[in-house]
Ligand binder design. Structure first.
Ligand code: ATP
Ligand code: MG
Length: 183
């Protein structure tokens, strides 16, 4: 699966609807300090199911919603959609007929997050597994935070194994096994 586009509205500094087309190959994001480059990457991490608000540099999940500026009032909701090309037909069976997958996460103040895939309500877990099976996701080695390379070097062997398993695309299987063992 390949990223096709990213749509953001009300998330952090992206108060108005913004749409970014992601062409095949390498994409660079440039701009002055504080223009929202990190917020853009965080929007991708968030729609993939990030559950830690600390990873969003926030003090609560509602903090990802645009909090107002000098001229603009705060928003009550944020929504991010990541559109994926399903050309290799590797999506979960329920969605595998579609050429494009639109994965959406929405948050409303004091009401928490909801997720949709192609308009159908799904659980956070479904979205997290979709990305884990595609060897990516909010916590995967495909999303490298500042300082993370240093953490990898200092990690214990078991922690490093987790990272390698995520890179190999088998962390979704481990996660399912864990669920099965709990039942
Ligand atoms: P740098 O080059 O310094 O890394 P950057 O382009 O990565 O900068 P970001 O960290 O993405 O910048 O954006 C910071 C801006 O986002 C700040 O101006 C901050 O006020 C704004 N911001 C963060 N959260 C919110 C929010 N919830 N509502 C409104 N603005 C927000
Ligand atoms: Mg930054």
């Amino acid at each position: 699966m390949q990223f096709e586009r990213l749509k953001i509205q009300g998330f952090k500094s992206f108060v108005d609807f913004s749409e970014f087309v992601i062409e095949p190959g390498l994409t660079g994001v440039v701009g002055p300090n504080g223009c929202g480059k990190s917020n853009l990457v965080e929007a991708m991490r968030w729609v993939m199911g990030e559950s830690s608000y600390k990873a969003m540099r926030a003090s609560g999940m509602d903090d990802v919603i645009f909090s107002g500026s000098g001229k603009r009032p705060a928003r009550n909701a944020a929504e991010v959609t990541l559109v994926l090309r399903n050309d290799l037909r590797t999506a979960p069976p329920a969605f595998n007929e579609a050429d494009l997958l639109e994965v959406t996460r929405r948050i409303e103040r004091q009401a928490g997050s909801s997720y949709r895939i192609n308009g159908k309500d799904v659980r956070a877990r479904d979205v997290q597994l979709l990305f884990a099976d595609a060897s990516t996701g909010a916590r995967s080695p495909a999303m490298v935070r500042q300082g993370q390379i240093g953490e990898l070097i200092a990690a214990k062997p078991t922690q490093r194994r987790t990272i390698l398993e995520e890179a190999a695309g088998i962390s979704g299987l481990h996660s399912r096994r864990h669920d099965a063992e709990l039942r």
